[in-house]
Design a protein. Structure first.
Length: 396
């Protein structure tokens, strides 16, 4: 592709990202007012980390920031995948908001997720219908592709849903993952999806700032936001991993394992969710049951602030991505790239969680040092933090 055309596409994506940021920024105070007026709050309990009720419609802010520029992208590129993505994320946003308000039974949510993913596969024709030669498996049968795609799609939606536990975590992760997906689409010449990925990154920034630094303007993204983001990431995966994806040029020409890259980007959410499910099943509990055994709970119990907990977990996820990159630079095969990502992901989830919990139980010297460091990560009384907080609270 000629350089001037690439620059044109990237410039268009940057402009749409700015639009996404602006829409989210302007929409935030109105959604916050509505949530307060309708008393749509997240109420503290033994599992939750806030001390007071917090408005719970942040997903609507991010949705507005994504929707407006994405409609422009859909029209400009005449992109059906973007249209189906917008439809699917709209349905899951509504489902999540209803769950935030009425606390829907887990199986009802799960059933709707299955239905939406199935319809997205059936209507859009996007699915994980190949294993890209992993373990000698290439194209899957129609039934096999539907089964794998439903498992992957619903799994990613719930993995992203479960990371909404500390301030800035879900939005910070969404920002990082969207940028990385955008780079993959840019390298593959998929301009519409590249633009949407960068749009998502722009849309979550205002929410991240209010969620982390705001006090009077603090709002949670809620299940509406996380289910919506998870749905978008599922459609991204289908677009990358399908057998006729433009991303296949990265495998054929550059020996980049698309499965490994996607696993690396989704490393912490996916493998921490798998760890939780296995743990709950071993305890003879429902995998949908709630507890305080998420990775972010370990950092919080160590004494870390919300911001440092978020940055620590994002750093672990970035380490997984870096591990994949190093394996690729040193010429690892497609299979070994996947193996490296899986092993490092297990270390960064199960390994780190277990290490913190055991150190906490035995009160080792290392734990005392970590505890001392963690307690020093609370910056909310510092001048810069307070100035930013006052600014954000002033525009609520």
């Amino acid at each position: 592709m000629p350089l001037d055309i690439i620059i044109h596409y990237v410039w268009f994506a940057v402009m749409m990202t700015v639009v996404a940021f602006a829409v989210s920024w302007l929409l935030f105070p109105y959604v916050l007012y509505f949530a307060r007026k309708r008393r749509i709050f997240d109420v503290p309990n033994y599992r939750k980390l806030q001390r007071r009720p917090v408005p719970l419609l942040g997903g609507v802010v991010v949705y507005g920031g994504i929707l407006v520029p994405s409609l422009i992208v859909m029209i400009v590129w005449q992109s059906l995948p973007v249209a189906f993505m917008l439809g699917a994320m709209s349905v899951l946003l509504v489902l999540g908001i209803l769950d935030d308000i009425y606390d829907l039974p887990p199986m009802v949510k799960f059933g709707f997720e299955l239905l939406v993913v199935f319809l997205a596969i059936y209507l859009n024709g996007n699915s994980v219908n190949t294993f890209h030669g992993l373990f000698g498996v290439n194209d899957l049968t129609l039934v096999g592709s539907y089964v794998v795609s439903l498992f992957v799609g619903v799994g990613v939606i719930n993995a992203v849903n479960l990371i909404d536990g500390v301030d800035g975590y879900s939005s910070g992760y969404t920002f990082m993952a969207s940028i990385l997906f955008g780079i993959i689409f840019a390298l593959s010449g998929m301009s519409a999806l590249m633009s949407v990925a960068f749009i998502i990154a722009g849309a979550v920034i205002p929410f991240f700032l209010h969620n982390v630094f705001g006090r009077k303007s603090k709002m949670f993204i809620g299940d509406g936001g996380t289910l919506m983001i998870g749905t978008i990431f599922s459609t991204f995966l289908f677009s990358i991993l399908k057998s006729n994806s433009s991303c296949l040029v990265l495998e054929s020409d550059y020996n980049i394992s698309l499965i490994a890259v996607c696993l690396a980007i989704l490393g912490i959410p996916v493998f921490d969710t798998l760890r939780l499910i296995i743990y709950r099943l071993l305890q003879h509990r429902s995998p949908f049951s709630a507890d305080r055994n998420h990775l972010h709970h370990a950092f919080i119990d160590l004494g870390c602030s919300h911001l440092i907990t978020t940055l620590s977990i994002l750093t672990l996820n970035f380490f997984i991505i870096l591990s994949w990159f190093v394996s690729w630079v040193f010429g690892a095969s497609l299979l070994w790239q996947v193996i490296v990502v899986v092993l490092v992901s297990i270390i960064c989830t199960y390994g780190v969680f277990t290490f913190i919990r055991i150190s906490q139980t035995k009160r080792t010297a290392l734990y005392r040092r970590l505890r001392y460091w963690a307690l020093g990560t609370h910056y909310d009384s510092r001048r810069g933090w307070i100035a930013l907080q006052r600014f954000l609270d002033g525009v609520r």
